[in-house]
Design a protein around this ligand. Structure first.
Ligand code: URA
Length: 264
Protein backbone atom coordinates (compact mmCIF):
# COMPACT_ATOMS: atom_id res chain seq x y z
CA UNK A 1 0.00 0.00 0.00
CA UNK A 2 1.27 3.49 -0.89
CA UNK A 3 0.99 5.15 2.52
CA UNK A 4 2.45 8.48 1.30
CA UNK A 5 -0.28 8.85 -1.33
CA UNK A 6 -2.94 7.86 1.25
CA UNK A 7 -1.57 10.43 3.65
CA UNK A 8 -1.59 13.15 0.99
CA UNK A 9 -5.15 12.28 0.00
CA UNK A 10 -6.28 12.33 3.63
CA UNK A 11 -4.61 15.71 4.09
CA UNK A 12 -6.27 17.08 0.96
CA UNK A 13 -9.68 15.80 2.05
CA UNK A 14 -9.23 17.31 5.49
CA UNK A 15 -8.39 20.66 3.89
CA UNK A 16 -11.49 20.48 1.69
CA UNK A 17 -13.74 19.59 4.63
CA UNK A 18 -12.32 22.46 6.69
CA UNK A 19 -12.80 24.93 3.82
CA UNK A 20 -16.38 23.75 3.23
CA UNK A 21 -17.12 23.90 6.95
CA UNK A 22 -15.86 27.49 7.06
CA UNK A 23 -18.06 28.50 4.14
CA UNK A 24 -21.14 26.80 5.61
CA UNK A 25 -20.55 28.39 9.02
CA UNK A 26 -20.30 31.77 7.36
CA UNK A 27 -23.58 31.33 5.51
CA UNK A 28 -25.30 29.92 8.58
CA UNK A 29 -24.14 32.87 10.62
CA UNK A 30 -25.31 35.32 7.98
CA UNK A 31 -28.71 33.66 7.92
CA UNK A 32 -28.53 32.67 4.26
CA UNK A 33 -27.80 29.45 2.49
CA UNK A 34 -28.03 30.71 -1.07
CA UNK A 35 -24.88 30.52 -3.13
CA UNK A 36 -23.82 33.97 -4.33
CA UNK A 37 -25.00 34.57 -7.87
CA UNK A 38 -27.86 32.09 -7.71
CA UNK A 39 -31.49 33.12 -7.38
CA UNK A 40 -32.47 34.50 -4.01
CA UNK A 41 -33.17 31.77 -1.50
CA UNK A 42 -35.19 32.11 1.64
CA UNK A 43 -34.22 29.16 3.75
CA UNK A 44 -33.10 30.74 6.96
CA UNK A 45 -32.13 29.07 10.18
CA UNK A 46 -34.68 29.60 12.92
CA UNK A 47 -34.10 32.61 15.11
CA UNK A 48 -32.50 31.46 18.31
CA UNK A 49 -33.24 32.65 21.78
CA UNK A 50 -29.88 33.83 23.08
CA UNK A 51 -29.16 35.14 26.54
CA UNK A 52 -29.91 38.84 26.77
CA UNK A 53 -26.25 39.60 27.37
CA UNK A 54 -25.05 37.84 24.21
CA UNK A 55 -23.80 40.38 21.67
CA UNK A 56 -25.26 40.65 18.19
CA UNK A 57 -21.87 40.43 16.54
CA UNK A 58 -18.45 38.99 17.05
CA UNK A 59 -15.24 38.93 15.06
CA UNK A 60 -14.17 35.49 13.90
CA UNK A 61 -11.84 34.10 11.26
CA UNK A 62 -13.22 32.06 8.42
CA UNK A 63 -11.38 29.59 6.19
CA UNK A 64 -9.83 32.40 4.14
CA UNK A 65 -8.31 33.64 7.43
CA UNK A 66 -9.56 37.20 6.93
CA UNK A 67 -11.04 38.69 10.04
CA UNK A 68 -14.73 39.02 9.34
CA UNK A 69 -17.50 40.37 11.49
CA UNK A 70 -20.30 37.86 11.57
CA UNK A 71 -23.33 37.49 13.72
CA UNK A 72 -23.50 35.01 16.55
CA UNK A 73 -26.87 33.74 15.44
CA UNK A 74 -30.03 35.02 13.94
CA UNK A 75 -32.29 37.14 16.14
CA UNK A 76 -35.85 38.22 15.88
CA UNK A 77 -36.42 41.85 15.09
CA UNK A 78 -37.67 42.40 18.64
CA UNK A 79 -34.43 40.95 20.03
CA UNK A 80 -32.37 43.24 17.81
CA UNK A 81 -34.39 46.25 19.00
CA UNK A 82 -33.95 45.19 22.60
CA UNK A 83 -30.20 44.90 22.22
CA UNK A 84 -30.00 48.32 20.58
CA UNK A 85 -31.71 49.70 23.68
CA UNK A 86 -31.34 53.42 24.40
CA UNK A 87 -28.15 53.36 22.35
CA UNK A 88 -25.21 55.58 23.36
CA UNK A 89 -22.61 53.78 21.20
CA UNK A 90 -21.78 56.89 19.17
CA UNK A 91 -21.95 60.65 19.61
CA UNK A 92 -25.25 60.98 17.70
CA UNK A 93 -27.15 59.96 20.83
CA UNK A 94 -26.38 63.34 22.34
CA UNK A 95 -28.28 65.29 19.67
CA UNK A 96 -31.08 62.92 18.67
CA UNK A 97 -34.66 63.09 19.85
CA UNK A 98 -35.65 59.56 18.85
CA UNK A 99 -33.94 56.40 17.66
CA UNK A 100 -35.38 55.54 14.24
CA UNK A 101 -35.22 51.75 14.22
CA UNK A 102 -37.39 50.87 11.23
CA UNK A 103 -40.98 50.27 10.23
CA UNK A 104 -42.99 47.59 8.46
CA UNK A 105 -43.56 43.84 8.46
CA UNK A 106 -40.99 41.79 10.35
CA UNK A 107 -41.07 39.11 7.63
CA UNK A 108 -41.32 41.48 4.65
CA UNK A 109 -40.08 39.99 1.37
CA UNK A 110 -39.16 43.49 0.20
CA UNK A 111 -36.96 45.86 2.20
CA UNK A 112 -35.95 49.48 1.52
CA UNK A 113 -32.81 50.96 3.07
CA UNK A 114 -32.04 54.69 3.18
CA UNK A 115 -29.19 56.69 4.66
CA UNK A 116 -30.15 58.27 7.97
CA UNK A 117 -33.13 59.92 9.65
CA UNK A 118 -33.76 63.60 8.91
CA UNK A 119 -35.48 66.19 11.08
CA UNK A 120 -39.03 64.81 10.68
CA UNK A 121 -37.92 61.23 11.25
CA UNK A 122 -35.96 62.25 14.36
CA UNK A 123 -39.06 63.99 15.70
CA UNK A 124 -41.42 61.08 14.98
CA UNK A 125 -39.08 58.09 15.51
CA UNK A 126 -40.06 56.63 12.13
CA UNK A 127 -38.08 56.45 8.88
CA UNK A 128 -39.07 58.36 5.74
CA UNK A 129 -41.94 60.50 7.05
CA UNK A 130 -40.91 63.83 5.47
CA UNK A 131 -41.20 64.95 1.84
CA UNK A 132 -38.80 62.22 0.65
CA UNK A 133 -40.86 59.73 2.63
CA UNK A 134 -44.05 60.80 0.90
CA UNK A 135 -42.40 60.13 -2.43
CA UNK A 136 -41.09 56.78 -1.21
CA UNK A 137 -44.63 55.85 -0.10
CA UNK A 138 -45.89 56.67 -3.60
CA UNK A 139 -43.17 54.52 -5.16
CA UNK A 140 -44.05 51.61 -2.86
CA UNK A 141 -47.77 51.93 -3.61
CA UNK A 142 -47.08 52.16 -7.36
CA UNK A 143 -45.30 48.82 -7.01
CA UNK A 144 -48.46 47.34 -5.45
CA UNK A 145 -47.08 47.26 -1.89
CA UNK A 146 -47.72 49.33 1.22
CA UNK A 147 -45.59 50.83 3.96
CA UNK A 148 -46.79 48.16 6.37
CA UNK A 149 -46.15 45.18 4.07
CA UNK A 150 -42.53 46.10 3.25
CA UNK A 151 -39.80 47.01 5.75
CA UNK A 152 -38.05 50.39 5.75
CA UNK A 153 -34.82 51.13 7.62
CA UNK A 154 -31.72 53.29 7.40
CA UNK A 155 -27.97 52.77 7.58
CA UNK A 156 -27.95 55.03 10.67
CA UNK A 157 -30.61 54.95 13.37
CA UNK A 158 -29.99 58.47 14.66
CA UNK A 159 -30.05 61.80 12.86
CA UNK A 160 -26.67 63.38 12.10
CA UNK A 161 -26.94 67.04 13.19
CA UNK A 162 -27.99 69.29 10.31
CA UNK A 163 -28.34 66.17 8.13
CA UNK A 164 -24.58 66.04 7.60
CA UNK A 165 -23.08 62.90 6.09
CA UNK A 166 -22.68 59.92 8.42
CA UNK A 167 -19.15 59.63 9.84
CA UNK A 168 -17.18 56.36 9.75
CA UNK A 169 -17.32 55.74 13.52
CA UNK A 170 -21.11 56.24 13.48
CA UNK A 171 -21.53 53.82 10.60
CA UNK A 172 -19.25 51.29 12.29
CA UNK A 173 -21.25 51.37 15.54
CA UNK A 174 -24.68 51.36 13.93
CA UNK A 175 -24.52 49.03 10.94
CA UNK A 176 -24.21 45.75 12.87
CA UNK A 177 -27.79 46.47 13.92
CA UNK A 178 -28.94 47.07 10.34
CA UNK A 179 -27.21 43.85 9.33
CA UNK A 180 -28.96 42.03 12.19
CA UNK A 181 -32.29 43.53 11.04
CA UNK A 182 -31.67 42.21 7.53
CA UNK A 183 -30.95 38.74 8.90
CA UNK A 184 -34.03 38.83 11.13
CA UNK A 185 -36.37 39.91 8.34
CA UNK A 186 -34.66 37.79 5.66
CA UNK A 187 -36.08 39.83 2.76
CA UNK A 188 -36.02 38.29 -0.71
CA UNK A 189 -35.11 41.62 -2.31
CA UNK A 190 -33.49 44.75 -0.87
CA UNK A 191 -33.84 48.14 -2.57
CA UNK A 192 -31.15 50.58 -1.44
CA UNK A 193 -31.89 54.29 -1.75
CA UNK A 194 -28.94 56.48 -2.67
CA UNK A 195 -25.19 55.99 -2.60
CA UNK A 196 -24.41 55.49 1.12
CA UNK A 197 -27.01 52.74 1.53
CA UNK A 198 -25.92 50.96 -1.67
CA UNK A 199 -22.26 51.14 -0.70
CA UNK A 200 -22.87 49.89 2.82
CA UNK A 201 -25.14 47.01 1.82
CA UNK A 202 -22.90 45.91 -1.06
CA UNK A 203 -19.58 46.64 0.64
CA UNK A 204 -18.50 48.90 -2.22
CA UNK A 205 -17.40 52.47 -2.77
CA UNK A 206 -18.99 53.45 -6.07
CA UNK A 207 -21.35 56.17 -7.32
CA UNK A 208 -25.02 55.27 -7.45
CA UNK A 209 -25.04 55.75 -11.23
CA UNK A 210 -22.55 52.86 -11.53
CA UNK A 211 -24.57 50.56 -9.26
CA UNK A 212 -28.23 51.21 -10.07
CA UNK A 213 -30.32 49.48 -12.70
CA UNK A 214 -29.07 45.97 -12.08
CA UNK A 215 -29.32 43.36 -9.37
CA UNK A 216 -26.37 42.73 -7.10
CA UNK A 217 -25.87 39.89 -4.69
CA UNK A 218 -25.63 40.20 -0.92
CA UNK A 219 -25.03 36.76 0.51
CA UNK A 220 -27.64 35.26 -1.79
CA UNK A 221 -30.16 38.10 -1.51
CA UNK A 222 -30.88 40.26 -4.56
CA UNK A 223 -30.13 43.97 -4.08
CA UNK A 224 -31.35 46.71 -6.41
CA UNK A 225 -29.67 50.07 -5.79
CA UNK A 226 -31.65 53.06 -6.99
CA UNK A 227 -31.80 56.82 -6.50
CA UNK A 228 -32.75 58.32 -3.14
CA UNK A 229 -36.22 59.94 -3.15
CA UNK A 230 -34.73 63.18 -1.77
CA UNK A 231 -32.53 63.30 -4.88
CA UNK A 232 -35.59 62.66 -7.07
CA UNK A 233 -37.28 65.68 -5.50
CA UNK A 234 -34.31 67.77 -6.63
CA UNK A 235 -33.96 66.09 -10.03
CA UNK A 236 -37.36 64.72 -11.14
CA UNK A 237 -35.91 63.68 -14.52
CA UNK A 238 -34.39 60.70 -12.69
CA UNK A 239 -37.82 59.33 -11.76
CA UNK A 240 -38.01 57.48 -15.06
CA UNK A 241 -34.78 55.58 -14.31
CA UNK A 242 -35.95 54.86 -10.79
CA UNK A 243 -39.23 53.45 -12.05
CA UNK A 244 -37.30 51.22 -14.47
CA UNK A 245 -35.29 49.89 -11.48
CA UNK A 246 -38.45 49.27 -9.46
CA UNK A 247 -40.09 47.50 -12.39
CA UNK A 248 -37.16 45.07 -12.39
CA UNK A 249 -37.82 44.48 -8.69
CA UNK A 250 -41.52 43.84 -9.38
CA UNK A 251 -40.65 41.38 -12.14
CA UNK A 252 -38.17 39.55 -9.92
CA UNK A 253 -40.68 39.29 -7.07
CA UNK A 254 -43.20 37.87 -9.54
CA UNK A 255 -40.59 35.40 -10.79
CA UNK A 256 -40.06 34.31 -7.18
CA UNK A 257 -43.82 33.76 -6.83
CA UNK A 258 -44.28 36.66 -4.38
CA UNK A 259 -47.46 38.61 -4.94
CA UNK A 260 -47.86 42.21 -3.78
CA UNK A 261 -50.73 42.64 -1.31
CA UNK A 262 -52.48 45.48 -3.18
CA UNK A 263 -53.61 46.25 -6.73
CA UNK A 264 -50.95 47.61 -9.08
N1 URA B 1 -33.73 60.11 4.19
C1 URA B 1 -33.27 58.90 4.56
O1 URA B 1 -32.31 58.37 3.99
N2 URA B 1 -33.91 58.27 5.54
C2 URA B 1 -34.98 58.76 6.17
O2 URA B 1 -35.50 58.10 7.05
C3 URA B 1 -35.43 60.03 5.76
C4 URA B 1 -34.80 60.69 4.77
Amino acid sequence: MDTTADGELAGELLGLVQALRGRLMRHAALGTWAAPGLPTARWVPPAVELPAAAPVIDVVRDDTDEAVVIPLGRRTLAQVREELGACTRCKLHATRNHIVFGVGADDAPLMFIGEAPGENEDRRGEPFVGAAGELLDKMIVAMGWTRSSVYIANVLKCRPPGNRNPQPDEVAQCTPFLDAQIRAIAPRIIVTLGRPAANHVLGKDAPISALRGKFHDRHGVRVMPTFHPAYLLRDPDRKRDTWADLKQVMAELERLGIKPPGPR
